[in-house]
Design a protein around this ligand. Structure first.
Ligand code: NOJ
Length: 574
């Protein structure tokens, strides 16, 4: 096994950002492509390999751009299509790739397709959406936006019928049973990939089809279309583009979106290169509050292996609420109790807060969470602003509290925009702990001890050690349950340094030790299989006492951690 260029995503560090929130070039109070281009040097400095841009298409913005009114251009608020092309060129010239959101499942009700569809039963677009006289169809499908919707059907007086929607009632679902819809959406895909885009984060993929007597999620028809999508993309772009699935499902259901790998019920053909690991995310937060490794170990035990040419997308926070859909009722209650004491912190089935405020701005916890995330099997995705510990505003509606302007420096509007403050698309965070005067890029850039510089070092360490993206994982079970311990190992087949052009640099065996507790802990590890080996602490390249056949003893401070490279006597190779 080696990391060929087409598998770049396996070892990439991703960075998610809304163009609107990042940097405003023309001073209208809204971030734009030129502003983002201006900040690409920063992202390159940080070590980002791939950007994921949230939707920037024309939209009434009732779901922050996931309600698309035109799939084939950019909203003028962000610039022109030419600016977008330039963004791609500028990113590529810095060795960075770009993914954007592909929203297949639905459109805005303002999309001309829907406007025509509702206008008359005779419209050629009528069948592009899912219409019914009876709102009792598909009763097995759950409502996803539980705080705002009571049903997946909404009455449309213009059409004199109900239309189907899995999200907001202004976001009608497209009818994927209609071959013209499938064709039109494939053309949207080609349109953007032809411009040179590197791939898509594919929104809401489990919900494309509806069938009576099912929950309308993960249906065979949906998988069949996604296989067609992959086949077309691979054929047309010779395997150079990447598809990342947003399928908020249990691991056993998500793995089916990767494709064939011999597991029971696996898809007969490839679908996605990557999929988010949704259930792991809340369990990382659960584990540090419970001071117990069990939630993490259990969910990974339930996660089937995935094909070698696929990868998990791992994240702590994103632009949505911290979703608790993939939790048991008990786990959910626990999470709400611990992390959402104020009812305003809750939204739908989740918690609408950013990383730093969730952990009460504890630098130690932020580091620990990232150290675990960056050493788990998968590719980490950083949400803009979390690299400096930005705060949130729970008094803004919906999920807008975690989508406020990026904080660059102490200038007007935190350096985000030269517009008058009242003209900004959203107010900056005012709270003195998290305000731009306290938390901003420029200040943390200059401070060698800042979270930003620590995050950069973490990203660099990860880049030097492809083992984190490629190696296997096995957990150790020390008696102290508060300490999470796992080994990452490259398979024997992985190329070693000096063995040709595809050689893999870095460690071949890494031991991760993480103290999930707020208090210091001691732990004894059975490392007898490694007797004679030397652990090197990877952040400082510090040799620790060699391993013997007796239990290896370690002590860790509150939320302390170690990444050890284990080296065999006489070199790092066994
Ligand atoms: C998932 C997106 O992440 C979310 O922001 C959006 O509201 C829904 N899909 C509907 O498009």
């Amino acid at each position: 096994m080696n990391v060929s260029d087409s598998l770049w995503f396996k070892n990439a560090v991703f960075y998610e950002l809304p163009v609107r929130a990042f940097s405003d070039w023309n001073g209208d109070g809204i971030g734009d492509f030129r502003g983002l281009i201006d900040k690409l040097d920063y992202l390159q400095w940080l070590g980002v390999d791939c950007l994921w841009l949230l939707p920037f298409y024309p939209s009434p913005l009732r779901d922050d751009g996931y309600d698309i009114a035109d799939f084939r251009t950019v909203d003028p608020d962000y610039g022109s299509l030419e600016d977008f092309r330039e963004l791609l060129d500028e990113a590529h010239s810095r060795g960075m790739r770009v993914l954007t959101d592909l929203v297949l499942n639905h459109t805005s009700d303002q999309h001309p397709w829907f406007q025509q569809s509702r206008s008359s039963p005779a419209s050629p677009y009528r069948d592009w959406y899912v219409w019914s006289d009876d709102p009792r169809r598909f009763p097995g499908a759950r409502v996803i936006f539980t705080d705002s919707e009571v049903s997946n059907w909404t009455w449309d007086p213009a059409a004199n019928a109900y239309f189907w929607h899995r999200f907001y009632s202004h976001q009608p679902d497209l009818n994927f049973d209609n071959p013209e819809v499938r064709k039109a959406m494939l053309e949207v895909v080609f349109y953007w990939l032809d411009l040179g885009l590197d791939g898509f984060r594919c929104d809401a993929v489990p919900y494309l089809f509806e069938r009576e007597g099912t929950n309308c999620e993960n249906l065979p028809e949906t998988h069949a279309f996604l296989q067609e999508l992959r086949r077309e993309v691979d054929a047309r772009y010779h395997g150079t583009r990447v598809l990342l699935a947003e399928a908020n499902q249990w691991p056993s259901d998500v793995v089916r979106y990767f494709g064939p790998f011999g597991g029971a019920g696996a898809a007969p053909a490839p679908e996605f290169h990557m999929a988010f690991h949704f259930p792991l995310m809340p369990r990382l937060f659960m584990a540090i509050r419970q001071e117990a490794r069990r939630p993490i170990v259990d969910i990974l035990a339930q996660t089937p292996a995935i094909p070698d040419n696929c990868q998990w997308g791992l994240f702590l926070r994103n632009h949505d609420e911290l979703t608790l859909e993939m939790c048991t009722d008990e786990e959910r209650d626990y999470m709400y109790y611990e992390y959402a004491r104020d009812p305003r912190m809750k939204l739908n089935i989740g918690i609408r807060r950013r990383l730093a405020p969730i952990v009460d701005n504890s630098r130690r916890e932020i580091e620990l969470m990232n150290v675990v995330l960056f050493s788990m099997p998968g590719a980490p995705i950083v949400y803009y602003g979390d690299e400096i510990g930005m705060g949130d505003n729970i008094y803004l509606s919906d999920r807008n509290g975690v989508r406020t302007p990026m904080q660059w420096n102490v200038d007007r509007n935190g350096g985000f925009s030269k517009a008058p403050p009242e003209r900004l698309y959203a107010p900056l965070i005012q709270n003195p702990i998290y305000s731009f005067q306290a938390v901003n890029i420029e200040r943390q850039f200059q401070d060698t001890n800042s979270l930003l510089n620590w995050m950069r070092a973490l990203i660099q360490l990860r880049h030097r050690n492809p083992i984190f993206g490629l190696g296997g994982i096995s957990f150790l079970s020390p008696a102290n349950e508060r300490v999470l311990v796992y080994l990452r190992r490259l398979p024997k087949s992985a190329h070693r340094p000096g063995e040709g052009p595809d050689e893999l640099p870095g460690a071949r065996c890494v031991l991760v030790v993480a103290n999930l507790s707020r208090n210091s802990q001691a732990v004894e590890l059975d490392l007898s299989n490694f007797a004679g080996w030397t652990p090197y602490e990877m952040f400082g390249e510090i040799a620790f006492p060699p391993v013997t056949t007796t239990p290896y003893q370690l002590t860790l401070g509150p939320y302390g951690y170690f990444w050890f490279r284990l080296e065999a006597p006489g070199g790092q190779f066994e």
